[in-house]
Ligand binder design. Structure first.
Ligand code: BG6
Length: 488
């Protein structure tokens, strides 16, 4: 439930009010938070878009989203009350008058409530619009707390969970390489402090990813073995069943490594290999994630040739928005190493892509025996820990057991922990509930820092640059098969 200090009047402004992100992720997540009583009592959503809609028309649109999402047994009054939270502001991203109109909308809500509400700007738009929107927000002084700029020193500090803050939520992609990411950061940095910027990587909000830190640090089972002496390799897979479908234009400019490698896969790695944080404090956790990402060894051209693979599924080039001679990868495999005493020499295999059969999203940690083990059948036994998100959220520990019977034989067995019944999981909605609530409440732990972003691009950029020179050559694979993943 909302505690008084969390009950901060908040106006959530969505740029890209009628886009896919709002429809698929944000609106259902807000609806769930509303039903759970987690939103502040004074809370409004202002949708900003070029359509000439009234509040009533926007509410009808939101209602349709809810109907598609399924409102179950929710009473009609609850749905009606939720819809009342939504307002609409017609406008274009480049027009000053639109921002002035937005400001009047805020003023009238603030006036109605008799407070200076916090303002949360959600940029659910393509990256080419970021710059324009952010500059207009600044020019129209919408990014300031509710205080005139002329005041010598604001009585509240920006970004604090008090009345009057402004925050901005930015969705990936954060640039397309280190240079563009840095430019975006410079821009955001001119207008916001780091504590006001919330960069979303929805993987960090996944239950199983949050569980990695609990599994490692709330238990003492594996942590002492967690390093090069006993771990032989780490393999992170993000194999998707879905293809590129309607996202051809976006995807063809980016490819699999930028789409899921530079962010989701590397964030998962960070949680798996980061040093033990002294506490669960936001800055400590984020600092440890950044530190280990900065330790990724950069691959030389020869290493890219030998240790990476890129492939495209057959049929990709006829997708709308994809160039007929596209060289964009829809699959990658990269063997990485960490320049870190704990992990020296441990191969880390990072893999991801689309149309690869049934989904398989997991990290496999393979243990080794430092010396040949006492294994009755002469085989060298290995243990594994699998942390899996799909097809189901589970942790598996692979071990060897004596086969029942008179002979002294061993067999591979598994301890198996299922996080919950998979019907209880609402993909995206659950993650966005967590992220939006954390942003309203001012907890940045699950949001990525600029240091992390820079470290991830620093690792990925040389690989992409070498691939752009045709090294190694792009190969192809039959969609809906795993054949390509078998090639080493
Ligand atoms: C997104 C990518 O960031 O992550 C998509 O743009 C990808 O292409 C998705 O499908 C994967 O996320 P999840 O939660 O479905 O594993």
């Amino acid at each position: 439930m909302v505690t008084p200090e969390q009950n901060i009047p908040t106006i959530f402004t969505a740029f890209g009010a009628t886009g896919d992100l709002m429809r698929i992720k944000v609106v259902p997540a807000l609806f769930n938070l509303f039903q759970k009583g987690e939103l502040p009592k004074m809370f409004r959503v202002v949708g900003f878009s070029r359509r000439s809609w009234s509040d009533a028309q926007y509410r009808e649109y939101i209602e349709e989203i809810l109907t598609q999402y399924g409102t179950g047994a929710t009473p009609q009054e609850t749905i009606a009350a939720f819809l009342q939270l939504f307002h609409f502001q017609e406008g274009t991203f480049e027009n000053d008058a639109s921002y002035a109109a937005l400001k009047s909308k805020f003023d009238s809500l603030d006036g109605e409530w008799g407070v200076c509400a916090n303002k949360l700007f959600y940029l659910a738009v393509a990256p080419e619009f970021f710059d324009g929107i952010v500059r207009k927000l600044d020019a129209s002084r919408l990014t300031e707390p509710c205080l005139p700029r002329e005041m010598a020193a604001p009585p509240i500090s920006w970004g604090e969970p008090l009345e009057g803050w402004t925050r901005v939520i930015v969705e990936k992609p954060f640039g397309t390489d280190d240079g563009t990411a840095r430019a975006l950061d410079v821009l955001l940095g001119e207008l916001f402090e780091e504590k006001q910027i919330y960069r979303i990587d929805h993987y960090l909000a996944k239950e199983m990813l949050q569980n990695i830190l609990t599994f490692r640090f709330a238990n003492n089972l594996f942590e002492l073995s967690w390093g090069k002496d006993l771990i032989e390799s780490i393999h992170i897979r993000l194999l998707e069943k879905v293809g590129v479908e309607k996202r051809g234009a976006y995807y063809d400019k980016n490819g699999a490594l930028r789409d899921v490698g530079q962010n989701h896969v590397l964030q998962m790695l960070a949680l798996l290999v980061m040093e033990r944080p002294q506490s669960f404090d936001t800055d400590v956790i984020r600092g440890k994630r950044a530190e280990i990402l900065q330790a990724l060894s950069l691959l030389s051209e020869d290493e890219v040739r030998q240790d990476t693979m890129r492939a495209q599924y057959e049929g990709y080039r006829v997708i709308d928005g994809v160039a007929p001679d596209s060289e964009t990868e829809t699959y990658f495999k990269v063997t990485a190493h960490l320049d870190h005493p704990r992990w020296a020499g441990v191969p880390i295999i990072l893999e991801g892509g689309k149309r690869l059969g049934e989904p398989l999203k997991e990290a496999v940690i393979t243990f080794t025996h430092p010396q040949p083990c006492l294994c009755p059948d002469g085989r060298h036994h290995k243990n594994g820990v699998i942390i899996r998100m799909e097809p189901q959220e589970e942790i598996i520990i692979e071990f060897w057991s004596k086969k029942p019977g008179l002979a002294m034989q061993t067999e591979a067995r598994q301890f198996h922990f299922l996080l919950r019944e998979q019907t209880a999981r609402m993909q995206y909605t659950e993650e966005y509930e967590r992220l939006l609530l954390d942003c309203i409440r001012g907890d940045q732990t699950l949001f990525i820092t600029t240091d992390e972003i820079r470290a991830m691009w620093r690792f990925v950029d040389p690989i992409l640059a070498t691939w752009a020179r045709g090294v190694p050559a792009l190969t192809s694979y039959a969609p809906d098969t795993r054949d390509i993943t078998e090639i080493s």
